[in-house]
Design a protein around this ligand. Sequence first.
Ligand code: ASP
Length: 348
Amino acid sequence: MTAYKKHKICLIYTGGTIGMHRDINGTLRPPGNPAYFLEIAPELRESAEFDFVPLLNKDSANMNPGDWGIIAKTIYERRNNGYSGFVVAHGTDTMHFSASAVAFALGKNLNFPVVFTGSQTAPDVLHGDARINLLRAFKVAGTDIAEVVICFGDYVFRGCRAQKKDERRFDAFESPSFFPLAHITENIIINDIAMKRKTKNEDIDLKNDFSGGIIQIPLIPGLEPELLLHLLYDDKCKGIILQPFGAGNVPNESPCSWVDFIEESTMRGKPVLFAGQFSANATLHSSYATGKAAIDAGAVPTGNMTSACAAVKFRWALAQAEKTGSDKKAKSEKIREMMNTVYIGEFN
Ligand code: ASP
């Protein structure tokens, strides 16, 4: 039998199927008492010493940007408590959003693993993945990886490069434009591309605010910009994510041209971001006239970021841009500059 080296881990529970109970109608719900979560894998104590933080108890469909900030702050406040790493138990539906958000909030000086995990099946499914994913996440939290990751099935992915790909299969996540950071076998085989712990490192500069007021619009043929023109005059709307066709193409012929909409929105300090309609393996840099017209009008492309990561980064960048003053053009420029900067390996 393999002897585990005992690390000290902080286990943060936020909810998700991994901790859910079935009620008498068969509906899956978060448990009445989050402490029940520890019952899913009594052998956790054999694999590591750990502290348990029952932070939230939600279906991750109910996670919001405020929750992302709370998870990041909880980790930040415990960063010097002698943990080798953190495990965050989380629902799969929005895990890739939360993992991206926590990665932006903790930033490039993160010097330990923050391991998000969850499961496709509730703990009462004996052959399911709840128990095993949790045990594997504990193992990864003891490695030298110094990033926010998603540990799921047989892989460890960079959190901000991952996205959910399936609702049932145990390999629920993928990383369409970046290799997995590690493979889970008897040992954790870490790839060279993973960021590792450094012996000398600066402290984390916590930036855990995320703006509200963002809307995402997937284009379909014939979608009239007039239907959404009111957003440009609504103070609650801070920014727009447009999902163009192909590698970043939008209609540029009337009556459905989006070019004027993009220009007007950018001028009004509501930046228009481009995020792909499909997997993040395109560069979102179109060589077509329909793409060029949009970029010339002010649209901000997001390279090969996943659309989840692009949305989170947009909220994060907007929260910071809003603190810099009220000049609308300057705000749009600041967002463009931030979206073009790589902070945590979110695109290449
Ligand atoms: N709806 C659940 C959640 O995201 C799904 C899951 O955890 O797999 O919390």
